[in-house]
Design a protein around this ligand. Structure first.
Ligand code: GLU
Length: 483
């Protein structure tokens, strides 16, 4: 076997996701088990949604968990650069190689034409696909049109007849009817590659031996396998891991569970408990014990035995496991953890900046700052009343708060007072509430108090995850209040 090289290839388009940690863990353990390399590659081909803030959060969350990579954008390595936006020329070159070989072709169809083809197919109840209109343009003519500056995309010329067999480590052979396969775009009009091209080219050039990734990518497998074939490259081994699920078996989502690793860090979970729990999602120890270290997991993992049943991400079980880990720490280690996470000098400094102006005695620290240290809120009866906007119903307030989270806060990547104020002001204009009506419920929702340091500064220090989960909790409480 070639040297084992695995990778985690996140797209930096939001908060660091618990699913990324789950996939990274299995890649890490498999690589280390074989004395191989674990690589971090940033897939930022979506120029609009990708951001450096998100990338930084991914680095820091994976580091916190202890899933350290051997090569990556921040530390470099022999196969870099490891950020796709820095590799554009490579993708263009390889796409042109396929055009030369007749395995790909430029497509000059306008958006209007593509829309009308799609509509017509839908009307005939067929799966909407490209009708391969440009595939028959002779190569010389196509190349001339490309040179003349006419806008184009490059598409992969997929086989149109017969069937294709692709292999997955956990599922064996999967046969696909070629008629279902679309001529996938490889290079977009803006010259940037699509995920499919960049992913395959990079996995090849970075000598990835095993692609271990989430099940949601299995539908892309035929395209990827065919790309390897078209280039004449040996494909890696593919292993699609079952997706983490909510309790109702739907794909894990932030509507039902906190999914950001930042949340778990802020809410006082230990990285080793999270790794242990994520390992259990796809793996059982030979002796079925549920507590084990990363080193033990790395030793015992049998990737081919990962079970395909949708693993349910059960917060109660994670909490139970986390409690066991915390209680097992010796006291000195526990104190160290507290100093590192909850009581770090940086965090204390931010809190004191906000609360010190109200101090009369040292002990005031406890009362004024308590809400900075807890995860979820317990609203007193008095505060529950204040959660309701003045002159509004509980249900209306619940809706206004939920909308704030979903429309304004979730998309925010820069979590600071100025951006929070901007987002909230936009929200007020949209829902037609006054600042007075809205900010008291919001203040109570995020702090459990009606008198606090300035709201947006407070929210900045609390962080996105704690705020969003408290606001959602408050909205739930409001929704359940009798009218
Ligand atoms: N960029 C993809 C993601 O965000 C990577 C999928 C893969 O591992 O091939 O999940």
């Amino acid at each position: 076997m070639n040297r084992v090289r695995t990778r985690i290839a996140p797209s930096p388009t939001g908060d660091p996701h618990v699913g990324t940690a789950y996939i990274a863990l299995f890649n890490y353990a498999f690589a280390k088990q074989h004395g191989g390399d674990f690589i971090l590659r940033i897939e930022d081909t979506d120029r609009v949604r990708s951001s450096r803030e998100s990338e930084e959060m991914i680095f820091s969350a994976l580091r916190w968990l202890g899933l350290n990579w051997d090569e990556g954008p921040d530390i470099g390595g022999p196969k870099g650069p490891y950020r796709q936006s820095e590799r554009s020329d490579i993708y263009k070159k390889y796409a042109m190689e396929l055009v030369e070989k007749g395995k790909a072709y430029p497509c000059f169809c306008t958006k209007e034409r593509l829309d009308s083809v799609r509509e017509a197919m839908k009307a005939e109840k067929k799966t909407a696909m490209y009708d391969r209109h440009c595939r028959s343009i002779p190569k010389d003519e196509a190349l001339k049109r490309m040179e003349s500056g006419e806008p184009y995309v490059i598409r992969l010329a997929m086989p149109t007849e017969g069937s294709m067999v692709v292999k997955d480590m956990l599922r064996g052979d999967i046969t696909i009817d070629c008629e279902q396969l679309d001529d996938q775009v490889l290079i977009k009009t803006d010259g940037f590659p699509t995920y499919h091209l960049a992913n395959v080219v990079d996995d090849h050039l970075m000598e990835i031996s095993h692609v271990i990734r989430a099940e949601e990518w299995i539908s892309s497998l035929p395209k990827h396998v065919y790309l390897y074939e078209a280039f004449g490259w040996e494909a890696p081994v593919f292993c699609h891991m079952p997706l983490l699920r909510n309790a109702d078996k739907s794909k894990i989502s932030k509507r039902k569970n906190p999914v950001s690793l930042n949340y778990y860090r802020r809410a006082g979970y230990l990285p080793e408990a999270i790794l242990n729990y994520l390992a259990l999602m796809g793996f059982a120890m030979p002796d079925e014990r549920e507590e084990f270290t990363l080193a033990e997991f790395t030793k015992e993992l049998k990737l081919e035995k990962v079970s395909l049943g949708g693993p349910v991400f059960d917060m109660a079980k994670l909490l139970w496991l986390n409690g066991k880990y915390i209680r097992a720490l010796d006291k000195k280690e526990l104190a160290d953890r507290l100093y590192k996470e909850l009581l770090s000098p940086e965090y204390l400094d931010k809190i004191l900046t906000l609360t010190q102006p109200r101090f009369e005695k040292l002990e005031d620290f406890i009362d004024y700052s308590a809400f900075f240290f807890t995860g979820s809120m317990h609203y007193s009866e008095k505060m529950q009343k204040k959660l309701i906007g003045k002159g509004k119903s509980a249900k209306e307030t619940a809706k206004a708060l939920t909308q704030l989270v979903e429309d304004e806060l979730d998309p925010l990547l820069k979590w600071d007072a100025a951006h929070l104020e901007e987002a909230s002001t936009r929200h007020l204009a949209k829902i037609g509430w006054t600042a007075k009506e809205f900010f008291m419920p919001l203040r109570v929702a995020v702090t459990g108090k009606d008198a606090t340091p300035p709201l947006f500064e407070t929210m900045e220090v609390l962080g996105k995850e704690v705020c969003r989960s408290r606001i959602k909790e408050a909205a739930k409480l409001l929704k359940e209040m009798p009218a």
